[in-house]
Design a protein around this ligand. Structure first.
Ligand code: ATP
Length: 499
């Protein structure tokens, strides 16, 4: 079982629980829960409040276990996690207009994720109660804290709040981000002990900020009293400039050299800013020497950040550097599903596949497309189907109604691209000149169509579904490592989509 099936399973579980419980009990305790993940053995659900988790565990666990068993036909362990979602920062921005008129029923409570830029301009603050602390001790020594009741996330004019939605529990794991996610979790669980500095890089909108915030949330939750600052490198620069303008650079230094965890987003903007680099270099050294955790994100690896001083570059390379790649189709669909589930949106699988198969390298755009479709459906009071999605997204996908990408089309285009005959592509022959195009064609069938693995195997000369899994994994991996192959695949996709 995997996350892709989770929304459908959870919907069935809710139906069953609605029958089994009184309306009051269902509305109060079950409805606000959020399904988070499913594996072969466990189904994880989130509650917005600790009290709800306790209440579910003490009163409703047997009935939930029973409902899950009825729906999935297997005895899964139910794990309940408190997400603390009800506590919001003080001054959250208004929700974007387009999200305010979602259809009635389920969607009436829908909210969109905060577009990051508007979110970043706020100066909201968490209080201790927003992130209740567990008691796990850390070897990292706490910076002297004059008043232990002070907020743990330090915010000033320039530093930034953490988005309450960017937590590990809402982050979908796929091949493209598995390692970055695991390393982030390790850093969050043991700050300054495993990877320091920790450097995450990847293309626009692929989840770097989400992971950084998730680390920040987890550290604040588990390690009470640590001072955490999250800031973008642009804001860091502004704050430095302001402190110099105000004749008080020392206060700036004191602030940044007296914290326990420093998260700096989009460090690439530091390039060409020599004075800021100098200041950041000293901040980095002071914190690192004092065994404080430094976490940095960028749109490229340190070696590719132009005009970054060598001494800073080499420091970034001291710890762990990890990247996030563009997600594959399955992960993109899983992200849309999780998003829809978290926002209480009811979207049919076809529409998810339609959106996910067309936006492949920016998750922010992927989420934006989903929100646009929902808003369009609400405003025009129409049911959500592929035609409506195509209409709502016609500026983004100008070809109008999506053409049906068939496996035959993919096979045709791949065969002619590699100048091999169709029957060679489908035959059992394993020489590289046909086996490789065949694997690419299988990969594209998996990526661009909603066809099951056995059916794809069948369409390639009656092969087993494990052959398709192997081909898909191999090409995904090689595509990440080999820019020439990546280019070939992009070219093939372009040809297939323009047919
Ligand atoms: N794996 C994921 N699971 C769920 N949501 C994700 C995932 N990756 C990214 N997102 C969502 O995509 C949106 C963009 O992510 P984020 O802002 O973290 O990207 P970024 O890499 O920091 O982008 P930029 O390069 O613009 O700074 C966010 O709403 C985030 O929650």
């Amino acid at each position: 079982m995997d996350d892709v099936r989770l929304p459908a399973i959870w919907e069935q579980v809710l139906k069953k629980l609605e029958q089994d419980l009184s309306k009051l009990a269902f509305d109060t305790w079950i409805k606000p829960t959020i399904p988070l993940a499913i594996t072969e053995t466990t189904l994880e659900i989130g509650t917005p409040k600790q009290i709800m988790k306790e209440w579910l565990e003490s009163r409703y666990l047997p009935v939930i276990v029973n409902a899950v068993q009825t729906v999935t036909q297997s005895s899964l362990t139910i794990q309940i996690t408190n997400l603390d979602l009800e506590v919001e920062p003080a001054n959250l921005p208004e929700e974007p207009e387009s999200t305010q008129n979602f259809p009635a029923e389920k969607n009436s409570q829908a909210t969109a994720a905060y577009p990051r830029n508007s979110y970043r301009n706020t100066t909201a603050q968490y209080t201790n109660s927003a992130l209740p602390s567990a008691s796990s001790p850390v070897p990292m020594t706490k910076t002297a804290e004059p008043d232990a009741k002070q907020p743990q996330l330090l915010t000033t004019e320039e530093s930034l709040p953490l988005n309450p939605k960017y937590i590990f529990e809402t982050f979908v794991i796929g091949n493209s981000n598995r390692f970055a996610h695991a390393a982030s979790l390790a850093v969050a669980e043991a700050p300054a002990q495993v990877y320091n500095p920790f450097f995450i890089y990847g293309g626009v909108g692929l989840g770097k900020t989400h992971l950084m915030h998730a680390i920040g949330h987890r550290i604040l939750k588990n390690h009470s009293g640590l001072k955490v600052v999250y800031i973008s490198s642009e804001k860091f620069t502004n704050e430095l400039i302001n402190s110099i303008r105000d004749g008080n650079p020392e206060s700036f230094r004191q602030k940044y050299r007296n914290i326990d965890v420093l998260l700096v987003d989009d460090i690439q903007f530091l390039s060409k800013k020599e004075h800021t680099q100098e200041e950041f270099f000293h901040t980095f050294n002071t914190l690192h020497e004092a065994n404080k955790q430094i976490i940095i994100s960028s749109d490229r690896p340190p070696r590719d950040i132009q005009t970054l001083e060598d001494r800073l570059r080499s420091r970034f390379e001291w710890g762990l550097i990890t990247d996030i790649q563009a997600p594959d189709l399955e992960t993109r669909i899983a992200i849309l599903r999780k998003k829809a589930m978290l926002e209480n949106l009811n979207v049919h699988n076809d529409v998810m596949v339609y959106i996910a198969s067309r936006i492949d390298n920016n998750i922010r755009e992927l989420e934006g497309a989903l929100i646009r479709v929902m808003a369009y459906a609400s405003l025009t009071k129409q049911p959500i189907d592929i035609d409506l999605a195509a209409e709502a997204l016609k500026d983004i996908f100008p070809n109008g109604r999506p053409k049906q990408i068939t496996m035959e089309l993919i096979q045709d285009i791949v065969a002619s691209f590699f100048k091999i005959k169709m029957d060679e592509l489908l035959a059992k022959k394993r020489t590289r000149n046909v086996a490789f195009p065949r694997q690419i064609a299988m990969y594209l069938c998996r990526e661009l169509t909603d066809t099951s693995l056995p059916r794809i195997g069948e369409m390639f000369g009656g092969r087993d579904h494990t052959t398709v899994i192997h081909a898909h994994a191999k090409i995904s991996r090689e595509r990440n490592e080999d820019t020439k192959l990546n280019h070939t695949i992009k070219e093939l996709i372009k040809r297939i989509e323009s047919m």
